[in-house]
Design a protein around this ligand. Structure first.
Ligand code: HAM
Length: 425
């Protein structure tokens, strides 16, 4: 038997009701902050991710699904393509490609869709997973660098999580500095690493030279005592980054969004500057980051675009659904009525009636004239319908139908014109 590929999974009903609940709440809450939807392709040129997420990151160096795509014609060059491992790079590419900077306004964008990373699958970690991603990007004149943008985005996340009933999340906040202070910090890291480097893993030894910040991201247990003693970025922030971070903290306090500063928080992607954050959740075990994000003030320029600072986040929708306290059954809506055609020729009448009821907003499942009444009523109960409507020859002649309440067993005859209202009651 052919099975779903390792690390991918089928989302089946009734569980999809949980996903719909989360996505509907996303659209409702994000709308209140004037976010609008963007949809970008599922695959992009490999270069895009290498240049934005960073060659040295685990994502780009180990986890991407990449292939060489041959052009159809002999003359076309092959190009390297990659299934998107995250959404920010594609959104910023689209921002540049469609010159959204020309509006002079902040673009508040969101996207819901699948991402792909070749990670070792476990609970909460899949090779195809879903993200709810949001980005705020714009020219500096639109206020895109302002700490109030950061604070508003974090407040929106707190509101969203509360709205869907997720409690017990911690907002972990850090500042990872900017192009101005990063070189000094990198030097400090290299100096601190120099004496212990021979005890560290191969990746760390290489990264200490190429991109020392990535050492902080190392997961190898033996390296952790060394990493714990390394200098903290927060101590190397220049004055403008320090003030920016303080302003974000003040605004969060003003809107009552609790957080903890985690000076060890480095995100697994290279484009971040200044504010970086994660929301972690205790109930999720090892994969406890329910979402992560931060600022990327230089990303657009590094991709050849205009100066367009931004900040964003991505929620791991799979993990969010795991953390929900609501159950799929609670959120599933059974049909209002099951229509039971009784006897030869009644399928046509039942179909007509179903169409009328659905036009009035009644959720209807249609039976089949070959079923005996007993089977129809059993089916109606199994699917959780509140009512069965019996459509037999006598009912059609009288233009009034037997309406059976499946919870109480009570049955009444209702004229056609009153049926929808009666079912809705
Ligand atoms: P990220 O931290 O790589 O950030 O991913 C965001 C979230 O996606 C994680 O916190 C986690 O919940 C979920 N996630 C990541 N990998 C997996 C996986 N293999 N299985 C299930 N869930 C996963 C980004 O992707 C950035 N683009 C976020 C961002 C947007 N920064 C600025 N704007």
């Amino acid at each position: 038997m052919i099975k779903a590929v390792r690390g991918t999974r089928d989302l089946l009903p009734p569980d999809t009701a949980l996903w719909n609940f989360v996505e509907n709440a996303t659209r409702d809450v994000f709308r209140l902050y004037n976010y609008r939807e963007i949809r970008t392709p599922i695959f992009e040129q490999t270069q895009l991710f290498a240049r934005s997420v960073g060659e040295e990151t685990d994502i780009v160096s180990k986890e991407m699904f990449t292939w060489e795509d041959r052009g159809r014609a002999e003359s076309e060059n092959t190009q390297s393509l990659t299934l998107r491992p995250e959404a920010t790079a594609g959104i910023v590419r689209a921002y540049i490609e469609h010159d959204l900077n020309r509006t002079g306004l902040l673009q508040r964008l969101y996207m819901i869709g699948p991402m792909f990373r070749r990670e070792r699958p476990q609970k909460g970690r899949y090779r195809q997973f879903f993200q709810i991603d949001a980005e705020v990007i714009g020219p500096p004149t639109a206020g895109s660098e302002s700490p109030s943008v950061d604070a508003e985005l974090l407040e929106m996340l707190a509101t969203f999580l509360e709205r869907i009933g997720i409690t017990g999340c911690t907002l972990e906040l850090n500042s990872v500095g900017c192009a101005n202070d990063r070189p000094k910090y990198n030097e400090a890291l290299r100096a601190a690493l120099a004496k212990d480097l021979d005890k560290m893993c191969e990746d760390c030894r290489r990264r200490a030279v190429t991109n020392p910040l990535r050492v902080l991201d190392c997961k190898v247990p033996e390296d952790q005592p060394i990493i714990a003693k390394l200098p903290r970025m927060l101590d190397y922030l220049d004055e403008s980054c320090r003030q920016h971070f303080q302003a974000v903290r003040d605004l969060l306090a003003a809107v009552n969004v609790p957080y903890v500063v985690n000076a060890r928080l480095v995100r697994g992607l290279d484009y971040y500057t200044r504010t970086a954050f994660e929301f972690t959740h205790g109930a999720l075990g090892a994969q406890n980051a329910i979402l992560g994000g931060g600022r990327y003030d230089g990303l657009s320029e590094s991709l050849g675009g205009p100066k367009a600072p931004g900040i964003g986040f991505a929620i791991g929708e799979d993990r969010l659904v795991l953390a929900l306290s609501k159950t799929a059954e609670e959120l599933s809506t059974p049909p209002d009525a099951y229509i039971a055609p009784l006897g030869a020729g009644m399928d046509r009448e039942a179909a007509r009636l179903a169409r009328e009821l659905r036009k009035r907003g009644i959720v209807v499942e249609l039976g089949d004239e070959s079923f005996r009444l007993k089977k129809s009523l059993e089916t109606a109960s199994k699917i959780g319908a509140r009512y069965a409507v019996i459509v037999g020859e006598n009912e059609v002649k009288a233009n009034a139908f037997a309406l059976k309440n499946l919870a109480t067993g009570a049955q009444v005859t209702v004229p056609r014109a009153e049926l929808a209202d009666k079912i809705r009651q």
